[in-house]
Design a binder for this molecule. Structure first.
Ligand SMILES: [Mn+2]
Length: 319
């Protein structure tokens, strides 16, 4: 009998699995990938009597394969906070799904385990950029500010490690990173004593320092745009760096353009935190553009439209 642990390769996925396996240790086959790789249930071989735990990936995006497992008589437990759509009807499926904006999968697992490993749920919330929810979830722990900062930093680093287009871009493959964390019931002990943490911290600092040396190609009071080179470092740092830019300049919109091997640009846009609107409208003006009001992007912008994009950004957000 095989048990599969299927989890998103970011902080939330890792911290969710870690809590479950601290409470209920078992040998399992780990299935994960880079943060954006969410079609993970398809990697599970279905066999009657086998079981699976699925964490932090949209049921909607995995429904066909979930149904395949259930039809093979596999028992599945599913925790997630992304859009689920219709949930398959089966006595073999147990779901803990809540798409509220202030929860993450690590927090849903924490509720399931009656807060047995709460510091890891707080870490997961920080990793998913839910700072207020993290601070309120942490209240019963009576942590000092510096302890809370340590969990924030840990969540940020575990989240950062998941960004990249392939596993080769990452410092640690997410399954390896989970195995490094696995022996530690206490996140503070992991932070203070494991060389994995130091390595992640050093890599993160390097990447962020390097990102900070990239001058904007457009900068006004209302918007800024940065162009990143075609390197693994760009793919690792872009998500965390744009979160930081948004927090440091809440009235400014930000665009990060990364050069792709094809010569086109992958662009991610964050609307100003203070308004959270306009990102989708800007991106939809260009082929392969789309997204939500607060965060949107263009998947493949032809290089000769980069200036037009910059002009449209200024028109959208003002100067
Ligand atoms: Mn999550």
């Amino acid at each position: 009998m095989t048990h599969y642990d299927v989890f998103n390769g970011d902080a939330d996925g890792i911290c969710a699995l870690h809590q479950l396996r601290l409470a209920d240790p078992r040998d399992s086959t780990l299935i994960t990938g880079v943060k954006r790789d969410i079609n993970l249930v398809k990697k599970v071989t279905s066999a009657s009597g086998d079981t699976a735990t699925v964490l932090d990936i949209s049921l909607d995006k995995n429904r066909n394969d979930l149904v395949r497992l259930l039809e093979a008589r596999m028992k599945v437990i599913y925790f997630d906070h992304h859009f689920a759509g219709e949930i398959p009807e089966s006595e073999l499926l147990e779901t803990h799904i809540d798409t509220s904006s202030n929860v993450c999968t690590g927090l849903l697992v924490n509720q399931y385990l009656n807060s047995e490993f709460l510091p890891w749920a707080v870490t997961a919330l920080f990793g998913d950029n839910l700072y207020d929810a993290a601070a309120s979830a942490a209240e019963p722990l009576n942590l000092s500010d510096s302890q809370l900062d340590k969990l924030k930093n840990l969540g940020t680093l575990l989240n950062y490690n998941g960004y990249g287009s392939t596993i080769d871009d990452l410092y640690f493959p997410p399954d390896e990173l989970y195995l490094k964390i696995k022996p530690y019931a206490d996140p503070f002990e992991f932070v203070e004593s494991d060389s994995t943490f130091q390595k992640l911290q050093a890599g993160f600092d390097d990447d962020m320092n390097r990102a900070a040396t990239i001058e904007p190609t457009l900068i006004t009071d209302r918007c800024a745009m940065f162009v990143f080179p075609e390197e693994a470092f760009s793919r690792r740092v872009s998500g965390v760096y744009s979160n930081q830019l948004a927090r440091d300049h809440p009235d400014r919109a930000h665009a990060l353009a990364s050069l792709l091997p094809s010569g086109e640009y992958l662009i991610s846009v964050r609307a100003p935190l203070s308004t959270k609107t306009g990102a989708d409208e800007l991106c939809r003006k260009f082929p392969t553009g789309g997204g939500r009001k607060a965060a949107a992007g263009v998947n493949q912008l032809p290089a000769d439209q980069l200036q037009a994009f910059s002009d449209a950004m200024e028109a959208q957000f003002g100067n």
